[in-house]
Design a protein around this ligand. Structure first.
Ligand code: TA6
Length: 306
């Protein structure tokens, strides 16, 4: 049975794990997996294999999700952690959706696990014969979500064909912040970035603050990024591997209004820190090769400033 037909009841009977993995019908439409581990909680929609919520124990939710988000419209969901694959940004092919096609499909649950180390959920993407070449026959895509003290995601591409494939990809994480105007990002100082608003290559040597629409693809950025969420007195950290690009995005007022699905003042409460291979950085996979894109998110209280 494919997960597009799988009901929450069937999934709970087949993959549920007492006390840590449960499947339910979401009030946003569609089926979600609810993961719990030592007071940490995460919710993953089968639509798009999209993490919608991550609430570490004792913390406010650490991911932002549009109040208007629905899982049953067939359209990409604004917020959480969308999966961008097999391209990042606009498609070179006419009529293809931005950020690839897998975030607007229902994935299949393939495995769950739970022990005192954490809870794991694995999903497989439906790649269709009608998909654009070469992905229609070439690739198998799986996402593994692991909830413990941190939230970890691993997106694996397997080239099952006999020809090389080239992919762009991102774990497009929407972090929740108390107020973007009181938020600062460190870890990217001195790293060149493509400013998507001007097309220029720039470098900034100071921590990043936000006063306008910001849309940057940092190149050859393979380190961790730290977000100082001052309004919530917390630090959000994004670590990664298998990623040569880090994308920082906040739409600010006008773009958020044009998008129309951010909710009132939504732009103030979010910041995208995306673990990616984007822009001129793409992943070339020989036949039979595998590539893993990983991100790990953690939250800690902000040390009281003296
Ligand atoms: O990640 C940055 C970005 O490419 C922005 O340019 C903006 O388009 C954002 O992604 C959201 O894209 P979406 O297709 O989800 O509306």
């Amino acid at each position: 049975m494919g997960s597009e037909a799988a009901s929450a009841g069937w999934l709970s009977r087949s993959f549920g794990r007492a006390g840590c993995v449960h499947f339910a019908d979401s009030e946003r439409g569609g089926v979600v997996a609810e993961l719990t581990h030592r007071g940490h909680r995460a919710t993953v929609a089968l639509f798009g294999a999209q993490v919608l919520d991550w609430t570490p124990a004792g913390q406010a939710p650490a991911l932002w999700l549009s109040p208007l988000a629905r899982l049953d419209t067939g359209k990409a969901v604004r917020g959480g952690i969308p999966i961008c694959w097999p391209w990042f940004g606009p498609s070179a092919a006419a009529g293809q959706p931005a950020h690839g096609f897998v975030r607007a499909r229902t994935w299949s649950v393939t495995q769950t696990a739970g022990d005192d180390q954490g809870v794991t959920l694995t999903l497989a993407a439906p790649i269709l014969p009608s998909d654009p070449e070469p992905w229609s026959h070439a690739a198998h895509l799986t996402l593994t979500v692991h909830l413990a003290d941190r939230l970890s995601l691993a997106l694996e591409t397997f080239n099952a064909s006999d020809c090389p494939i080239i992919i762009g990809e991102a774990l497009h994480t929407y972090l929740a912040v108390g107020d973007i105007a009181e938020t600062r990002v460190t870890g990217l100082e001195g790293t060149p970035y493509l400013d998507q608003l001007t097309g220029a290559i720039e470098t900034e040597n100071a921590p990043l603050r936000f006063k306008a629409e910001t849309d940057r693809i940092y190149r050859h950025a393979d380190g961790a990024v730290t977000v100082e969420d001052r309004r919530n007195s917390r630090i959000l950290e994004v670590e990664k591997s298998g990623s040569a690009s880090t994308v920082i995005w906040n739409p600010w007022v006008e773009k958020a209004a044009r998008l129309g699905d951010m909710g009132p003042d939504g732009y103030r409460r979010m910041l995208c820190v995306e673990t990616a291979n984007a822009g001129e950085v793409a992943v070339s996979l020989p036949p039979g090769a595998r590539h893993m894109l990983k991100t790990a998110l953690s939250v800690a209280p902000m040390a009281a400033t003296v």
